[in-house]
Design a protein around this ligand. Structure first.
Ligand code: FES
Length: 97
């Protein structure tokens, strides 16, 4: 495999950063100095919830289980688990929503 394809991650209200296909949203954001809340990084705490409309791979089994456990509506994802597939724009959520 060649180098991962480059894409753009935008965090609403903060800015945009280069990222790589397959990177998690959290990794890409932190690498770029963008602020996203996080805790466990293991799909357990839900602190890293974001709203994302497009550009992410479908949730994996672990992420899907956690989103269901928290009763998250469609479009909410875990930044520590959600992997980038294309240019994406995400928005922080209050951790108590
Ligand atoms: S940091 Fe805990 S679920 Fe993502």
């Amino acid at each position: 495999m060649g180098p991962a394809a480059r894409l753009r991650l935008t965090v609403t209200g903060q800015g945009a950063a280069p990222a790589s296909v397959g990177q998690t949203v959290l990794e890409a954001a932190l690498d770029a100095g963008l602020q996203l809340p996080f805790g466990c990084q293991r799909a357990e705490c839900g602190v890293c919830r974001i709203q994302a409309e497009a550009g992410l791979e479908a949730p994996g089994r672990l992420e899907a289980l956690t989103l269901r456990a928290f009763g998250c509506p469609p479009g909410v994802r875990l930044a520590c688990q959600a992997r980038l597939a294309a240019d994406a724009t995400v928005r922080r959520l209050p951790s108590d929503s």
